[in-house]
Design a protein around this ligand. Structure first.
Ligand code: ASP
Length: 374
């Protein structure tokens, strides 16, 4: 899984004086503008899958063959692209933290050679990867756009072609110094995105942050929503992120305190409590509240996230939330579960104390939450 190679390089064209000319054409006047170069990293996913005896599975070399069948990529308006395929290509349900480290490392290693990166990725865990990478790629000044599809590139009807082409164009033509997801017709901040549909071509949403861009007949990028290019250009720095003992727990009427008690055992370091509405729980259940309180006192970080995808935690809006706050639970604001998991992994990897982790969880580090003035 960890070996990779640039498998195919397409040198397509170059530009001169705003008009596009073929690479081999002589530039007799003016200064030739440097063509944009985009690196496509293919990690796998439905986009490059074919049917096997047990269902769809990723196929090595498939993407390269399919790209060769896309004449639009040779259009003079398209950038020069290089494709790096991972070995093996994977269904993203199999992605591991080692793969995130490899991806971040590959982007950093080739950072100076390209104007932007397009990461082909399965949709199942795309939002997790898009949430982890912003914590790992510090000082990012170029677009890193994850995309994939609900139907393989080889199908007659598919969403793969448009997703891929538009992601390449966005990465080449716009100033987007962020990790994003382009899917359907939306460009979303990666650490705000979540997979919301298993069947729609609009498979991702960003419930608490507006799209960074949209693709209709016109491509639009809303620069006021996009993060600023880092002012001090120190280059890209890769921050490590390691597996941590963290878990999620969804509340429901009739939830078993015994089960919760079992989850809240060491080596657990943090629990994401998926609560009701504004951040409420079964406050009249003394056993439940005591269990939460004891875990907090024992140094386990309990982070409150709402089961509602839209809106933010308001822990003291109701008595049923204030009880959790008094027990030591901290607000997760309007983070997605994917972003909260990535942030917890990132913070615990830095060996912070539970108290420092709680403090950092309240701050917006990479665009993952909306800081509210309290
Ligand atoms: N199982 C696939 C994956 O995540 C689903 C997809 O790509 O749409 O790799």
């Amino acid at each position: 899984m960890l070996c990779s190679s640039i498998q195919c390089r397409r040198t397509l064209n170059t530009q001169r004086n705003n008009s596009v000319v073929n690479k081999n054409q002589r530039v007799s006047q003016g200064v030739a503008k440097q063509m944009k170069k985009i690196c496509i990293i293919n990690t796998g996913g439905t986009i490059g899958m074919a049917a096997g005896p047990d269902g769809l599975r990723p196929e090595a070399g498939f993407i390269e063959k399919q790209l060769a069948l896309m004449p639009e990529l040779n259009n003079p308006s398209m950038p020069q692209i290089a494709v790096q395929e991972y070995d093996p290509v994977i269904d993203s349900s199999n992605i591991q933290i080692a793969d995130w480290l490899k991806l971040a490392g590959d982007i950093a290693r080739q950072y100076d050679q390209f104007d932007g990166f397009v990461v082909m990725h399965g949709t199942d865990t795309m939002a997790y990867t898009a949430s982890a990478l912003p914590f790992m790629l510090r000082g990012l000044g170029k677009p890193v756009i994850l995309t994939g599809s609900q139907l393989p590139l080889g199908e007659v009807r598919n969403d793969a072609r448009e997703n891929l082409k538009t992601a390449i164009i966005l990465a080449a033509q716009y100033v987007i110094p962020e990790v994003c997801i382009y899917f359907g017709d939306q460009l979303l901040r990666g650490c705000r995105a979540t997979k919301c549909s298993a069947s729609s071509f609009n498979a991702f949403s960003s419930p608490n942050y507006p799209p960074l861009g949209t693709a209709g007949t016109e491509l639009e990028v809303f620069q006021d929503r996009v993060r600023q290019v880092p002012q001090v250009v120190n280059g890209l720095k890769v921050e490590s992120l390691q597996q941590q003992e963290i878990a999620t727990f969804r509340l429901f009427p009739g939830v078993s305190v015994e089960v919760l008690e079992n989850v809240l055992q060491r080596p657990l370091k943090a629990l994401i409590l998926e609560s009701f509405g504004d951040g409420n729980g079964p406050a009249c259940n003394r056993g439940f509240v005591e269990c939460i309180q004891q875990a907090c006192q024992a140094g386990i970080v309990i982070l409150n996230l709402s089961q509602c995808s839209h809106g933010s935690i308001r822990q003291t809006a109701y008595e049923t939330g204030t009880v959790l706050q008094k027990a030591g639970v901290v607000s997760g604001h309007d983070m997605t579960v994917e972003a909260a998991l990535a942030k917890l992994m990132y913070l615990f990897t830095r060996d912070l104390s539970a108290e420092d982790v709680k403090t950092e969880l309240q701050r917006n580090l990479v665009g993952e939450l909306t800081e509210t003035v309290t």
